[in-house]
Design a binder for this molecule. Structure first.
Ligand SMILES: Cc1cc2nc3c(=O)[nH]c(=O)nc-3n(C[C@H](O)[C@H](O)[C@H](O)COP(=O)(O)OP(=O)(O)OC[C@H]3O[C@@H](n4cnc5c(N)ncnc54)[C@H](O)[C@@H]3O)c2cc1C
Length: 377
């Protein structure tokens, strides 16, 4: 049976696009390689824009247990600075969020096919898209949405990541004192070679997510446990947080080679690239989910308005580039020694800097169709 639209990947972007398209009466098939949602490397911070988009999709994050995040703290060496977030924010584990999104997609009438990996995406001479699954089945549709997140399809690669970033995520049950001290804050910690974040998530636990350039990990013998000890030496604030903490996973989950700063410039007719396949914003902004939802919403609006995919992709790039470049500039600052040394001091003197940076590195609302518009164009 042929579908009108096939969506590759059932993460945030793929599900958001699938829900919006199905609610607009389109026949959609979504293919997700995992049989059920699992933990993903992600800080699990939901910015104000992400919350608005999820609300428009009728995902009730509060009912799912999302934790309100009111403050952001920045810690480098022995200094820490705090500022209130300039927008409402929450945190929610990806397993919970992705489960809810997939359920909403099914409820909207999307043909959800989980546990099947797409091995190739090609075009037929007639211009249709064919997704070949790992069991040999071929799904054909006139339009495809590429939403495979960090995983590239062979024919549509993203550039290599010269810094060779490696990212980790671990859950902890913090000691009662440290959990109370962390409170409803998202803490960003800086150390040589990268940065990490810790924040509470539902279930009374904390998410510690960190990124490091491969050459720094190599200095720790490519051992995550050794690097984690080094991080605590370089950033005593983290050592304090982890004192008496119980790790909740046997080892962190990890992902490598993240092309931060990538913004896709071209695509082919009938192929809309969304989420991390459209743009990859540096993780410290806590804005990747928001960008994923935003790109899904814009792509759906473009498809429904019959805007050709190449035009859409070029327009999306133009609208995302300023935020992306600013986020990269800020990332360079926190990744160099001088930046790490002066930043917390500056923030103490001028806490507004953090609020301004947070605001500027977000997707500008004016450049996107309203969240509600995407679902009912
Ligand atoms: C270290 C780190 C910390 C981060 N922290 C935050 C944060 O705190 N807040 C935030 O907003 N963002 C954060 N992000 C970014 C955020 O996780 C991503 O931007 C977001 O998940 C992108 O959504 P997506 O839908 O494009 O990809 P995903 O959510 O990764 O979904 C892609 C889906 O495609 C599936 N898939 C892959 N290949 C195939 C295939 N061949 N066939 C079928 N299915 C396939 C995968 O299984 C997956 O479910 C962080 C990222 C990193 C690396």
């Amino acid at each position: 049976m042929q579908d009108e639209i096939v969506i590759l990947g059932g993460g945030v972007a793929g599900c958001a696009a699938a829900i919006a398209l199905a609610r607009n009466g389109r026949t959609v098939r979504l293919i997700e390689r995992e049989p059920t949602p699992r933990h993903k490397v992600c800080g699990e911070f939901l910015s104000g824009e992400a919350l608005e988009d999820l609300d428009a999709l009728e995902i009730d994050v509060v009912a799912l247990g999302a934790v309100p995040i009111a403050n952001v703290r920045l810690a480098a060496a022995r200094r820490a600075a705090e500022a209130p977030l300039p927008f409402p924010a929450k945190s929610l584990t990806r397993k919970t969020l992705d489960t809810a999104l997939l359920a909403e997609a099914k409820a909207a009438g999307v043909r959800v096919e989980c546990g099947r990996s797409v091995e190739s995406l090609t075009r037929t001479p007639a211009g249709n898209w064919q997704a070949r699954l790992d069991n040999g089945v071929v799904r054909e549709a006139s339009t495809a949405f590429l939403a495979t997140g960090k995983h590239d399809m062979r024919s549509f690669p993203r550039p290599d990541d010269p810094q060779r970033w490696v990212a980790f995520k671990m859950y902890y049950r913090l000691s009662p004192n440290q959990a109370a001290d962390l409170d409803n804050a998202s803490e960003l910690m800086l150390y040589p070679g990268g940065y990490g974040g810790i924040q509470p998530v539902e279930g009374g636990i904390a998410n510690l997510c960190w990124v490091v350039q491969q050459k720094y990990l190599a200095r720790a013998g490519n051992r995550w446990d050794k690097f984690l000890l080094q991080m605590q030496k370089d950033c005593p604030h983290l050592a304090m947080r982890l004192e008496g903490a119980e790790p909740l996973l046997a080892k962190p989950i990890t992902v490598a080679r993240i092309p931060y700063g990538f913004v896709r410039s071209t695509t082919e007719d009938g192929l809309y690239c969304i989420g991390d396949q459209a743009a990859v914003i540096p993780s410290f902004t806590g804005d990747g989910i928001s960008v994923a939802l935003h790109t899904a919403r814009c792509a759906v609006a473009a498809f429904l308005a019959d805007e050709p995919a190449p035009l859409f992709q070029a327009r999306l790039r133009t609208s995302l580039l300023p935020q992306m470049r600013l986020a990269e500039f800020a990332a360079d600052g926190i990744n160099n020694t001088l930046g790490r040394a002066v930043l917390p001091f500056c923030l103490r003197v001028w806490p507004g800097v953090m609020r301004v940076t947070a605001r500027l590195t977000r997707v500008a609302a004016a450049q996107a169709p309203a969240a509600s518009q995407a679902v009912c164009v």
